[in-house]
Ligand binder design. Sequence first.
Ligand code: ADP
Ligand code: MN
Ligand code: MN
Ligand code: MN
Length: 364
Amino acid sequence: MSLLTDLVNIDLSESTDKIIAEYVWVGGTGMDMRSKARTLSGPVDDPSKLPKWNFDGSSTGQATGDDSEVILHPQAIFRDPFRKGNNILVMCDCYAPNGEPIPSNKRYNAAKIFSHPDVKAEEPWFGIEQEYTLLQKHINWPLGWPLGGYPGPQGPYYCAAGADKSYGRDIVDAHYKACLFAGINISGINAEVMPGQWEFQIGPVAGVSAGDHVWVARYILERITEIAGVIVSFDPKPIPGDWNGAGAHTNYSTKSMRSDGGYEAIEKAIGKLGMRHREHIAAYGDGNDRRLTGRHETADINNFVWGVATRGASVRVGRDTERDGKGYFEDRRPASNMDPYVVTAIIAETTILWEPSHSHSNGK
Ligand code: ADP
Ligand code: MN
Ligand code: MN
Ligand code: MN
Protein backbone atom coordinates (compact mmCIF):
# COMPACT_ATOMS: atom_id res chain seq x y z
CA MET A 1 0.00 0.00 0.00
CA SER A 2 2.68 2.53 0.89
CA LEU A 3 4.78 1.56 -2.14
CA LEU A 4 1.73 2.29 -4.30
CA THR A 5 1.29 5.65 -2.59
CA ASP A 6 4.99 6.41 -3.12
CA LEU A 7 4.69 5.66 -6.83
CA VAL A 8 1.48 7.67 -7.25
CA ASN A 9 3.22 10.61 -5.60
CA ILE A 10 6.34 10.56 -7.81
CA ASP A 11 7.35 14.12 -8.63
CA LEU A 12 7.64 13.91 -12.41
CA SER A 13 9.59 17.14 -12.71
CA GLU A 14 12.62 15.43 -11.13
CA SER A 15 13.03 13.18 -14.16
CA THR A 16 11.20 14.70 -17.13
CA ASP A 17 9.71 17.89 -18.59
CA LYS A 18 6.70 15.90 -19.69
CA ILE A 19 3.38 16.48 -17.99
CA ILE A 20 0.04 14.65 -17.76
CA ALA A 21 -3.10 16.41 -18.95
CA GLU A 22 -6.42 14.93 -17.81
CA TYR A 23 -9.04 15.91 -20.41
CA VAL A 24 -12.45 16.21 -18.70
CA TRP A 25 -15.85 16.45 -20.40
CA VAL A 26 -19.57 16.10 -19.70
CA GLY A 27 -20.95 12.78 -20.96
CA GLY A 28 -24.18 11.81 -22.68
CA THR A 29 -26.54 11.84 -19.70
CA GLY A 30 -25.65 15.48 -19.11
CA MET A 31 -24.54 14.67 -15.56
CA ASP A 32 -21.87 11.98 -16.03
CA MET A 33 -18.32 13.23 -16.07
CA ARG A 34 -15.75 11.50 -18.22
CA SER A 35 -12.01 11.98 -18.47
CA LYS A 36 -8.88 10.48 -19.95
CA ALA A 37 -5.23 11.41 -19.75
CA ARG A 38 -2.47 12.09 -22.23
CA THR A 39 1.21 13.00 -22.03
CA LEU A 40 2.34 16.41 -23.25
CA SER A 41 5.94 17.41 -23.93
CA GLY A 42 5.96 20.23 -21.37
CA PRO A 43 3.90 22.57 -19.18
CA VAL A 44 0.98 24.42 -20.80
CA ASP A 45 -0.97 27.33 -19.33
CA ASP A 46 -3.25 28.39 -22.19
CA PRO A 47 -6.00 26.10 -23.53
CA SER A 48 -5.42 27.37 -27.08
CA LYS A 49 -1.96 25.75 -26.95
CA LEU A 50 -3.39 22.32 -26.15
CA PRO A 51 -4.10 19.78 -28.88
CA LYS A 52 -7.68 18.79 -29.68
CA TRP A 53 -8.37 15.15 -28.91
CA ASN A 54 -11.10 12.59 -29.47
CA PHE A 55 -12.96 9.76 -27.76
CA ASP A 56 -15.37 6.96 -28.55
CA GLY A 57 -18.74 8.66 -28.28
CA SER A 58 -20.61 5.37 -28.74
CA SER A 59 -19.42 4.43 -25.23
CA THR A 60 -20.71 7.60 -23.57
CA GLY A 61 -24.09 7.96 -25.26
CA GLN A 62 -22.71 10.76 -27.46
CA ALA A 63 -22.38 9.14 -30.88
CA THR A 64 -23.44 6.09 -32.86
CA GLY A 65 -21.26 3.02 -33.38
CA ASP A 66 -20.75 3.56 -37.09
CA ASP A 67 -19.62 7.20 -36.65
CA SER A 68 -18.29 7.14 -33.13
CA GLU A 69 -15.62 9.81 -33.03
CA VAL A 70 -16.28 12.89 -30.88
CA ILE A 71 -13.74 15.73 -30.81
CA LEU A 72 -12.65 17.36 -27.55
CA HIS A 73 -11.87 21.07 -27.66
CA PRO A 74 -9.81 22.23 -24.64
CA GLN A 75 -11.49 25.27 -23.04
CA ALA A 76 -10.06 25.84 -19.55
CA ILE A 77 -7.03 24.67 -17.58
CA PHE A 78 -6.82 23.92 -13.85
CA ARG A 79 -3.99 22.46 -11.80
CA ASP A 80 -4.38 18.77 -11.09
CA PRO A 81 -4.66 18.33 -7.29
CA PHE A 82 -4.27 14.55 -7.63
CA ARG A 83 -1.08 14.44 -9.71
CA LYS A 84 0.14 17.90 -8.60
CA GLY A 85 3.34 19.35 -10.11
CA ASN A 86 2.80 20.83 -13.57
CA ASN A 87 0.08 18.32 -14.37
CA ILE A 88 -3.29 19.75 -15.36
CA LEU A 89 -7.02 19.17 -15.60
CA VAL A 90 -8.46 20.37 -18.89
CA MET A 91 -12.17 21.19 -19.17
CA CYS A 92 -13.28 20.38 -22.72
CA ASP A 93 -16.46 20.56 -24.78
CA CYS A 94 -17.57 18.16 -27.47
CA TYR A 95 -17.87 18.48 -31.25
CA ALA A 96 -18.69 16.29 -34.22
CA PRO A 97 -15.84 15.78 -36.72
CA ASN A 98 -17.44 18.41 -39.00
CA GLY A 99 -16.89 21.01 -36.26
CA GLU A 100 -20.53 21.27 -35.12
CA PRO A 101 -21.18 21.10 -31.36
CA ILE A 102 -22.95 17.84 -30.44
CA PRO A 103 -26.32 18.06 -28.60
CA SER A 104 -24.80 17.40 -25.14
CA ASN A 105 -22.43 20.35 -25.58
CA LYS A 106 -24.19 23.03 -23.52
CA ARG A 107 -21.06 25.15 -23.23
CA TYR A 108 -21.18 26.18 -26.88
CA ASN A 109 -24.43 28.13 -26.59
CA ALA A 110 -23.36 29.61 -23.25
CA ALA A 111 -20.10 30.87 -24.78
CA LYS A 112 -22.13 32.42 -27.60
CA ILE A 113 -24.41 34.28 -25.21
CA PHE A 114 -21.54 35.45 -23.03
CA SER A 115 -19.63 36.76 -26.05
CA HIS A 116 -22.60 38.90 -27.19
CA PRO A 117 -21.42 42.53 -26.92
CA ASP A 118 -24.42 43.58 -24.76
CA VAL A 119 -23.76 40.72 -22.35
CA LYS A 120 -20.00 41.34 -22.26
CA ALA A 121 -20.60 45.00 -21.45
CA GLU A 122 -22.63 43.98 -18.38
CA GLU A 123 -19.87 41.67 -17.00
CA PRO A 124 -22.28 39.11 -15.49
CA TRP A 125 -21.05 37.39 -12.33
CA PHE A 126 -22.36 34.15 -10.88
CA GLY A 127 -22.09 32.57 -7.45
CA ILE A 128 -23.32 28.99 -7.45
CA GLU A 129 -24.19 27.12 -4.26
CA GLN A 130 -23.76 23.47 -5.16
CA GLU A 131 -25.59 21.18 -2.74
CA TYR A 132 -24.96 17.42 -2.84
CA THR A 133 -25.56 14.30 -0.79
CA LEU A 134 -23.00 11.71 0.26
CA LEU A 135 -24.27 8.13 0.05
CA GLN A 136 -22.92 4.86 1.40
CA LYS A 137 -21.62 2.69 -1.42
CA HIS A 138 -23.72 -0.30 -2.57
CA ILE A 139 -26.77 0.65 -0.48
CA ASN A 140 -27.22 4.25 -1.74
CA TRP A 141 -28.29 5.44 1.71
CA PRO A 142 -26.95 8.73 3.11
CA LEU A 143 -23.66 8.73 4.95
CA GLY A 144 -24.10 8.44 8.71
CA TRP A 145 -27.70 7.20 8.47
CA PRO A 146 -28.48 3.90 10.22
CA LEU A 147 -28.81 0.88 7.90
CA GLY A 148 -32.47 0.48 6.97
CA GLY A 149 -33.46 3.34 9.26
CA TYR A 150 -33.58 7.08 9.70
CA PRO A 151 -31.69 9.57 11.83
CA GLY A 152 -33.56 11.95 14.14
CA PRO A 153 -35.52 14.74 12.43
CA GLN A 154 -33.84 17.75 10.81
CA GLY A 155 -32.69 20.52 13.09
CA PRO A 156 -29.34 19.68 14.65
CA TYR A 157 -27.38 19.01 11.44
CA TYR A 158 -27.08 22.32 9.54
CA CYS A 159 -23.53 23.72 10.01
CA ALA A 160 -23.09 21.26 12.86
CA ALA A 161 -20.10 19.54 14.45
CA GLY A 162 -20.01 16.25 16.31
CA ALA A 163 -20.05 12.54 15.48
CA ASP A 164 -23.84 12.33 15.89
CA LYS A 165 -24.54 15.31 13.62
CA SER A 166 -21.83 15.67 10.96
CA TYR A 167 -21.04 13.01 8.38
CA GLY A 168 -18.30 13.22 5.76
CA ARG A 169 -16.29 16.25 6.80
CA ASP A 170 -12.97 14.74 5.61
CA ILE A 171 -14.34 14.45 2.10
CA VAL A 172 -15.71 18.00 2.17
CA ASP A 173 -12.48 19.50 3.46
CA ALA A 174 -10.31 17.47 1.06
CA HIS A 175 -12.49 18.76 -1.76
CA TYR A 176 -12.31 22.36 -0.52
CA LYS A 177 -8.50 22.38 -0.46
CA ALA A 178 -8.16 20.43 -3.70
CA CYS A 179 -10.36 23.02 -5.45
CA LEU A 180 -8.28 25.92 -4.12
CA PHE A 181 -5.12 24.13 -5.23
CA ALA A 182 -6.62 23.62 -8.70
CA GLY A 183 -7.35 27.33 -9.09
CA ILE A 184 -11.12 27.00 -8.75
CA ASN A 185 -12.82 30.05 -7.29
CA ILE A 186 -14.46 28.16 -4.41
CA SER A 187 -15.75 30.62 -1.83
CA GLY A 188 -16.87 28.34 1.00
CA ILE A 189 -18.50 25.12 2.23
CA ASN A 190 -21.14 24.23 4.80
CA ALA A 191 -23.02 21.25 6.16
CA GLU A 192 -26.67 21.23 5.08
CA VAL A 193 -30.02 20.71 6.83
CA MET A 194 -30.35 17.03 5.88
CA PRO A 195 -27.64 14.94 7.54
CA GLY A 196 -25.07 13.73 4.97
CA GLN A 197 -25.86 16.70 2.72
CA TRP A 198 -23.29 19.44 2.09
CA GLU A 199 -22.75 22.52 -0.04
CA PHE A 200 -19.84 24.25 -1.70
CA GLN A 201 -19.98 27.69 -3.25
CA ILE A 202 -18.29 28.76 -6.47
CA GLY A 203 -17.84 32.41 -7.25
CA PRO A 204 -18.28 35.06 -8.03
CA VAL A 205 -17.03 33.98 -11.45
CA ALA A 206 -17.72 35.91 -14.66
CA GLY A 207 -19.51 34.53 -17.70
CA VAL A 208 -18.94 31.09 -19.17
CA SER A 209 -16.07 30.44 -16.73
CA ALA A 210 -18.63 29.99 -13.94
CA GLY A 211 -19.77 26.79 -15.66
CA ASP A 212 -16.18 25.61 -16.10
CA HIS A 213 -15.46 26.13 -12.40
CA VAL A 214 -18.60 24.30 -11.27
CA TRP A 215 -18.02 21.35 -13.59
CA VAL A 216 -14.39 20.90 -12.59
CA ALA A 217 -15.32 21.23 -8.90
CA ARG A 218 -17.91 18.47 -9.47
CA TYR A 219 -15.28 16.36 -11.23
CA ILE A 220 -12.85 16.75 -8.32
CA LEU A 221 -15.64 15.76 -5.93
CA GLU A 222 -16.34 12.60 -7.96
CA ARG A 223 -12.62 11.75 -7.79
CA ILE A 224 -12.34 12.35 -4.04
CA THR A 225 -15.49 10.38 -3.21
CA GLU A 226 -14.12 7.60 -5.44
CA ILE A 227 -11.01 7.47 -3.24
CA ALA A 228 -13.16 7.51 -0.09
CA GLY A 229 -15.48 4.76 -1.35
CA VAL A 230 -18.50 7.04 -1.01
CA ILE A 231 -21.09 7.97 -3.66
CA VAL A 232 -21.87 11.60 -4.43
CA SER A 233 -25.47 12.21 -5.48
CA PHE A 234 -26.71 15.35 -7.20
CA ASP A 235 -30.34 14.20 -7.08
CA PRO A 236 -32.56 17.17 -6.18
CA LYS A 237 -34.58 15.14 -3.66
CA PRO A 238 -32.49 12.12 -2.70
CA ILE A 239 -34.77 11.08 0.19
CA PRO A 240 -38.52 11.64 -0.20
CA GLY A 241 -40.50 12.91 2.75
CA ASP A 242 -39.61 15.39 5.43
CA TRP A 243 -36.01 15.89 4.29
CA ASN A 244 -34.59 18.91 2.49
CA GLY A 245 -33.84 18.57 -1.18
CA ALA A 246 -30.63 19.66 -2.88
CA GLY A 247 -30.40 22.78 -5.00
CA ALA A 248 -27.92 24.93 -6.80
CA HIS A 249 -28.96 28.47 -5.83
CA THR A 250 -27.51 30.79 -8.44
CA ASN A 251 -26.46 34.24 -7.27
CA TYR A 252 -26.25 36.79 -10.04
CA SER A 253 -25.24 40.37 -10.71
CA THR A 254 -24.43 42.60 -13.64
CA LYS A 255 -22.32 45.73 -13.73
CA SER A 256 -25.51 47.83 -13.59
CA MET A 257 -26.73 45.96 -10.51
CA ARG A 258 -23.39 46.37 -8.74
CA SER A 259 -23.25 50.10 -9.48
CA ASP A 260 -24.95 52.89 -7.52
CA GLY A 261 -28.70 52.77 -8.02
CA GLY A 262 -28.42 49.12 -9.11
CA TYR A 263 -31.54 48.11 -7.20
CA GLU A 264 -33.65 49.31 -10.12
CA ALA A 265 -31.74 47.01 -12.50
CA ILE A 266 -32.23 44.17 -10.03
CA GLU A 267 -36.01 44.68 -9.88
CA LYS A 268 -36.20 44.89 -13.65
CA ALA A 269 -34.22 41.66 -14.08
CA ILE A 270 -36.36 39.83 -11.52
CA GLY A 271 -39.48 41.03 -13.33
CA LYS A 272 -38.21 39.46 -16.54
CA LEU A 273 -37.33 36.21 -14.76
CA GLY A 274 -40.92 36.05 -13.51
CA MET A 275 -42.27 36.45 -17.06
CA ARG A 276 -40.13 33.56 -18.29
CA HIS A 277 -40.63 31.31 -15.24
CA ARG A 278 -41.69 28.27 -17.28
CA GLU A 279 -38.70 28.46 -19.64
CA HIS A 280 -36.33 28.79 -16.71
CA ILE A 281 -37.83 25.89 -14.76
CA ALA A 282 -37.43 23.72 -17.87
CA ALA A 283 -33.71 24.59 -17.91
CA TYR A 284 -33.08 24.19 -14.18
CA GLY A 285 -32.58 20.43 -13.82
CA ASP A 286 -34.48 17.13 -13.98
CA GLY A 287 -36.70 16.03 -11.11
CA ASN A 288 -36.89 19.54 -9.71
CA ASP A 289 -40.66 19.03 -9.23
CA ARG A 290 -39.82 16.62 -6.40
CA ARG A 291 -37.85 19.41 -4.70
CA LEU A 292 -39.77 22.65 -5.41
CA THR A 293 -42.83 21.82 -3.35
CA GLY A 294 -43.26 25.06 -1.44
CA ARG A 295 -41.88 23.34 1.65
CA HIS A 296 -38.33 22.82 2.96
CA GLU A 297 -37.16 26.35 2.08
CA THR A 298 -38.45 26.27 -1.51
CA ALA A 299 -41.15 27.98 -3.53
CA ASP A 300 -43.77 25.92 -5.39
CA ILE A 301 -42.54 25.03 -8.89
CA ASN A 302 -45.66 26.53 -10.52
CA ASN A 303 -45.39 29.98 -8.98
CA PHE A 304 -42.83 32.72 -9.24
CA VAL A 305 -42.43 34.75 -6.06
CA TRP A 306 -39.62 36.99 -4.98
CA GLY A 307 -38.81 38.84 -1.81
CA VAL A 308 -36.17 40.29 0.45
CA ALA A 309 -34.58 37.74 2.79
CA THR A 310 -37.31 35.11 2.24
CA ARG A 311 -36.14 31.54 1.78
CA GLY A 312 -39.54 30.34 0.58
CA ALA A 313 -39.20 32.49 -2.56
CA SER A 314 -38.12 31.65 -6.12
CA VAL A 315 -35.79 34.64 -6.06
CA ARG A 316 -34.37 36.20 -2.91
CA VAL A 317 -32.75 39.60 -2.57
CA GLY A 318 -30.36 39.85 0.37
CA ARG A 319 -30.74 42.42 3.14
CA ASP A 320 -27.34 43.94 2.25
CA THR A 321 -28.42 44.51 -1.32
CA GLU A 322 -31.67 46.15 -0.21
CA ARG A 323 -29.82 48.37 2.26
CA ASP A 324 -27.03 49.36 -0.18
CA GLY A 325 -29.45 49.86 -3.07
CA LYS A 326 -27.16 47.71 -5.24
CA GLY A 327 -25.57 44.27 -5.28
CA TYR A 328 -26.90 40.89 -6.43
CA PHE A 329 -29.81 38.50 -6.07
CA GLU A 330 -30.27 34.76 -5.67
CA ASP A 331 -32.26 32.52 -8.01
CA ARG A 332 -33.20 29.67 -5.66
CA ARG A 333 -34.91 27.54 -8.30
CA PRO A 334 -32.04 25.62 -9.97
CA ALA A 335 -31.72 21.98 -8.84
CA SER A 336 -28.47 20.43 -7.68
CA ASN A 337 -28.26 18.49 -10.96
CA MET A 338 -28.61 21.55 -13.19
CA ASP A 339 -26.08 22.27 -15.92
CA PRO A 340 -24.31 25.49 -14.92
CA TYR A 341 -23.69 26.36 -18.58
CA VAL A 342 -27.44 26.21 -19.24
CA VAL A 343 -28.49 28.06 -16.09
CA THR A 344 -25.97 30.90 -16.33
CA ALA A 345 -26.67 31.36 -20.02
CA ILE A 346 -30.46 31.57 -19.70
CA ILE A 347 -30.22 33.99 -16.77
CA ALA A 348 -27.95 36.30 -18.79
CA GLU A 349 -30.12 35.88 -21.88
CA THR A 350 -33.40 36.67 -20.10
CA THR A 351 -32.09 39.58 -18.05
CA ILE A 352 -29.85 41.25 -20.65
CA LEU A 353 -30.89 40.24 -24.17
CA TRP A 354 -34.60 39.37 -23.90
CA GLU A 355 -37.31 42.02 -24.16
CA PRO A 356 -40.87 41.14 -23.09
CA SER A 357 -42.61 42.81 -26.07
CA HIS A 358 -40.68 40.74 -28.66
CA SER A 359 -41.48 37.53 -26.92
CA HIS A 360 -45.20 38.31 -26.56
CA SER A 361 -45.46 38.81 -30.31
CA ASN A 362 -43.96 35.32 -30.64
CA GLY A 363 -47.05 33.98 -28.93
CA LYS A 364 -45.53 33.38 -25.48
P1 ADP B 1 -26.64 31.80 1.05
O1 ADP B 1 -26.73 32.91 2.05
O2 ADP B 1 -27.80 31.79 0.12
O3 ADP B 1 -26.37 30.46 1.67
P2 ADP B 1 -23.87 31.60 0.09
O4 ADP B 1 -23.00 32.39 1.00
O5 ADP B 1 -23.87 30.13 0.26
O6 ADP B 1 -25.37 32.21 0.14
O7 ADP B 1 -23.47 31.86 -1.44
C1 ADP B 1 -23.47 33.13 -2.00
C2 ADP B 1 -22.73 33.09 -3.31
O8 ADP B 1 -22.92 34.35 -3.96
C3 ADP B 1 -21.23 32.88 -3.20
O9 ADP B 1 -20.80 31.95 -4.16
C4 ADP B 1 -20.67 34.26 -3.52
O10 ADP B 1 -19.39 34.17 -4.12
C5 ADP B 1 -21.69 34.76 -4.51
N1 ADP B 1 -21.69 36.24 -4.71
C6 ADP B 1 -21.29 37.21 -3.85
N2 ADP B 1 -21.41 38.42 -4.41
C7 ADP B 1 -21.90 38.24 -5.66
C8 ADP B 1 -22.23 39.11 -6.76
N3 ADP B 1 -22.10 40.44 -6.66
N4 ADP B 1 -22.69 38.55 -7.90
C9 ADP B 1 -22.85 37.23 -8.00
N5 ADP B 1 -22.55 36.36 -7.01
C10 ADP B 1 -22.08 36.84 -5.86
MN1 MN C 1 -25.47 28.78 0.79
MN1 MN D 1 -27.72 25.62 1.00
MN1 MN E 1 -28.65 30.19 -1.00
